[in-house]
Ligand binder design. Structure first.
Ligand SMILES: Nc1ncnc2c1ncn2[C@@H]1O[C@H](COP(=O)(O)OP(=O)(O)OP(=O)(O)O)[C@@H](O)[C@H]1O
Ligand SMILES: [Mg+2]
Length: 360
């Protein structure tokens, strides 16, 4: 019977520590070993004060329970492990009442909430994106109509002015700038309310070739060199070709802009043997990596922290949505983006994408 109790206590996903009335530890389950970072035998030998040494706040909560006989809970606190590492936990202390109604000690329940915290942050981010969506939809409505009016009036004026070159320059400027604002609103709408992926077969090398062909003729990309190193063993991926193309375009465009007409942009595809992805069915698939390497001016540590934040831009006329959108599209594909940069030397963006599972 005792064995069953011990197995039961050990199989619980919370740390359980039970103290007798003189403060000795009598139960210390496996999760408690992991959370505090001490073996059961050592904990029992050492006693409560020493085991929780650096955690004065936990000892205090235990004392409150043992002196009042009441349950105390703190759902947003921390524990300092023996290694000095800090873990976010929730703590519940409760008295152990014997069958005769007397206190037989105190129980401490410790729950690791670090994963919950990560989820909370994700939800907060999703929440702020959702409110951005509502804001964007409202803005689009309120701004697009008057903008259309301004554009139409400028065009009429342009026709009236006819040959007056000097003045028609101003009216074309109005038309151009209203188009820019319209485009920005479209982009914002797209970012805030993205359409779902249109999945199909994706030939990543074909996309890369098309992007190079496009950029080598564009203003920002015509004066730089392009190099590609493709791994021919990379199979057809399953994804949204158009959206993945947009991601590659965004990153290549940033690379070109950072290089300012000098250097070579290199694109490498490879099987990322060191990364695996857990599929929903519990199987694992390999990942492929696409490195987009520029020889631009690099990204400072300070800017690095802001990189994927919507509207972070250091460019005149930039929206700061390029990387935020790209990040989301790659995540929707079950992949991730990594960045390495050295100021003055260049930047590498690595896209990791899951390879389709082999049949059978
Ligand atoms: N390859 C790179 N080298 C140096 N800085 C970069 C690079 N990629 C991004 N950045 C920095 O990150 C910022 C954000 O990039 P992002 O693509 O999201 O927006 P943007 O390029 O400024 O605007 P848009 O994409 O709308 O033209 C850029 O303004 C730039 O400062
Ligand atoms: Mg950009």
């Amino acid at each position: 019977m005792e064995r069953i109790y011990e197995d039961l206590v050990d199989s619980i996903e919370d740390g359980i520590v039970v103290f007798d009335p003189s403060g000795n530890i009598i139960v210390f389950n496996q999760m408690a070993e992991r959370i505090i970072g001490l073996s059961k035998s050592k904990a029992i030998q050492a006693g409560g004060e020493e085991v929780l040494g650096k955690n004065g706040h936990i000892l205090e909560q235990l004392r409150k329970t043992s002196s009042t006989g009441q349950v105390f809970a703190d759902h947003d606190t921390y524990v300092i492990k023996k290694t000095g590492e800090i873990m976010q936990v929730s703590l519940i202390t409760s008295p152990v009442i014997g069958s005769d109604g007397h206190s037989e000690g105190t129980t401490l329940l410790i729950r690791d909430i670090s994963r919950v915290k990560v989820l909370e942050e994700d939800i907060l981010r999703a929440d702020s994106l959702a409110s951005l969506g509502i804001l964007a939809a409202g803005l689009a409505h309120e701004i697009k109509n008057p903008l259309g009016g301004i554009r139409g009036a400028a065009q009429l004026l342009q026709m009236e002015l006819g040959k007056n070159q000097e003045l028609t320059e101003y009216t074309s400027l109005i038309v151009r700038e209203t188009d820019r604002v319209s485009g920005l609103i479209e982009e914002l709408l797209d970012f805030a309310n993205p359409k779902s992926l249109d999945l199909g077969e994706v030939n990543i090398h074909k996309i890369l070739d098309a992007v190079v062909a496009l950029f080598s003729r564009s203003d920002e990309g015509k004066n730089i060199g392009y190099a590609t190193e493709y791994d021919p063993s990379i199979p057809t991926l399953i994804g949204d070709s158009k959206k993945l193309g947009q991601v590659i375009l965004n990153i290549v465009k940033n690379g070109c802009e950072a290089m300012n007409d000098h250097g070579t942009l290199t694109m490498v595809t490879r099987i990322a043997s060191d990364y695996h992805l857990h599929e929903s069915k519990g199987t694992r698939s390999k990942m492929m990596a696409l490195d987009i390497i520029d020889e631009g001016d690099g990204i400072s540590e300070e800017d690095m922290k802001m990189l994927f934040t919507p509207f972070f831009t250091k460019k005149r006329g930039g929206t700061g949505l390029g990387l935020a959108v790209s990040h989301r599209i790659i995540r929707e594909h079950g992949g991730s983006i990594k960045v390495k940069s050295k100021e003055g030397e260049g930047t590498t963006f690595s896209l990791l994408l899951p390879l389709p599972l082999k049949e059978g």
